[in-house]
Design a protein around this ligand. Structure first.
Ligand SMILES: [Ca+2]
Ligand SMILES: [Ca+2]
Ligand SMILES: [Ca+2]
Length: 420
């Protein structure tokens, strides 16, 4: 008899455990949401400064009723379902692994026409971000912090180690203790909101690749970043398989703001609009922080479709499309005559990956950090520019080409023209 009772009790709990729905609730300033026992819903408040948010978890079959109930409450501004966000690579994750790559292969920085072609397409000299020339003017600054919001960062990579933003209080502090009192335990190299711990090590490789594009060391080995001098940290919210939640993305943006980032590099996206995420990015704008975003890899027109976060109409968002070594739109890259602000190299890009290695990847994911690095170079020289001014400068200095004319509001990002 006892056994039968136990089973009937267990059943509904199993249902809940298998299919909970996560709701993001924006509350009016100062409002708090109390536990919703009548709905069997779990309520958590988000400890973020980018807005007054709560997360409500409820069994799927009750989510519609719960949403209606929440919407009827005076304290609630809006409710949305948590969404899934993924990074924006083309896929060559299993591509060629190169152990001894050199600067000569980095056509995105210096395109010789010979280092940028493939079997089907010839490369074209000069179709790059004009990095060598800009390095005669600036190589960046250790005053500039760039947050790579992604799958994490291989902070042990020999080509990244010298350009990391290290939280010395935590490095020299006690394990398990929030030594600097910033609310995050052991956040030395960044934070991991996919697993909620202080270790943002990259279990995938994607975030490390983007990091290397921005700031791999200028030395004798491996690759070079757009910036020779920078302080980078990893804010992980995409899991090792490459997907994350709206909750994680909000926390990641919030953390990067608190840690003093100047630039947020975002090589990820999803399909749908999230007001909560937009509010978080808007808070970054108010803090003077530039939000660079991959335009997406669906060969789609962003003027007509919804690609977020790239399509948020905020002054600090720079949407970046990907071009190939011939200076043409990469076949996978999203485009948009008004919504895609600029293009940058994003095909067969060699950079750092986990385990101290190097690998070629393609995607607007790779174009995005090129522009993040260029923004970093600009802010190194002119730190008081507003995000809006930064975007205007990036666009007005871009090289307009017939190949890209129909695909972007400006052209190919050119770091030298920007800073000369
Ligand atoms: Ca801490
Ligand atoms: Ca600690
Ligand atoms: Ca190097």
């Amino acid at each position: 008899m006892k056994k039968a009772v136990f089973l009937t009790l267990l059943f509904p709990f199993c249902l809940m455990a298998q299919s909970p729905k996560k709701l993001i609730v924006k509350l009016k300033p100062g409002a708090k949401l109390v536990q919703m026992k009548s709905m069997d819903a779990q309520v958590r408040h988000l400890d973020v400064q980018v807005g007054n948010f709560a997360v409500v978890e409820v069994a799927s079959e009750k989510s519609l009723n719960t949403i209606e109930l929440l919407k009827s409450m005076n304290e609630v501004e809006y409710v949305e379902e948590d969404k899934t966000w993924t990074f924006e690579p083309m896929s060559s994750m299993n591509g060629e692994v190169v152990q001894d790559a050199r600067f000569a292969e980095q056509w995105g920085l210096k395109n010789t026409g010979k280092n940028s072609g493939g079997w089907l397409s010839r490369g074209k000299a000069g179709e790059d971000i004009n990095a060598e020339k800009v390095w005669g003017l600036t190589r960046g600054s250790k005053q500039i912090k760039v947050a790579i919001i992604d799958t994490g960062i291989d902070y042990n990579h020999p080509d990244l180690k010298g350009n990391l933003d290290i939280n010395l209080d935590e490095l020299n502090g006690q394990s398990g203790v929030d030594d600097d009192g910033n609310g995050y335990v052991d956040d030395i190299y960044g934070y991991d909101f996919a697993n909620n711990d202080g270790d943002p090590i990259d279990g995938h490789g994607h975030g490390t690749h983007c990091s290397g594009v921005i700031g791999a060391l200028h030395d004798t080995q491996g690759t070079r970043g757009v910036m020779a001098n920078v302080k980078m940290f990893g804010v992980k919210f995409l899991s090792d398989s490459g997907s994350g939640t709206t909750e994680g993305a909000i926390k990641a943006v919030d953390y990067a703001i608190k840690r003093g980032a100047n630039v947020l590099s975002n090589s990820w996206g999803g399909g749908e609009f999230s007001q909560a995420l937009m509010d978080a990015i808007s808070a970054a704008n108010e803090a003077g922080i530039v939000f660079v975003a991959a335009a997406g890899n669906s060969n789609a027109d962003n003027d007509k479709g919804d690609t977020y976060p790239a399509n948020y109409k905020l002054e600090n968002v720079i949407s970046v499309g990907a071009m190939d070594g011939a200076g043409k739109r990469a076949s996978f890259s999203n485009y948009g005559k008004t919504t895609v602000h600029v293009f940058a190299p994003g095909k067969d890009i060699i950079s750092t990956v986990k385990g101290g290695k190097y690998q070629k990847m393609s995607g607007t994911s790779m174009a995005c950090p090129h522009v993040s690095g260029i923004v970093g170079l600009l802010l190194s020289e002119e730190p008081n520019l507003s995000p809006k001014e930064v975007r205007e400068r990036i666009m007005s200095s871009a090289v307009r080409t017939s190949a890209l004319d129909n695909y972007t509001a400006s052209g190919r990002a050119d770091a030298f023209s920007l800073l000369k």
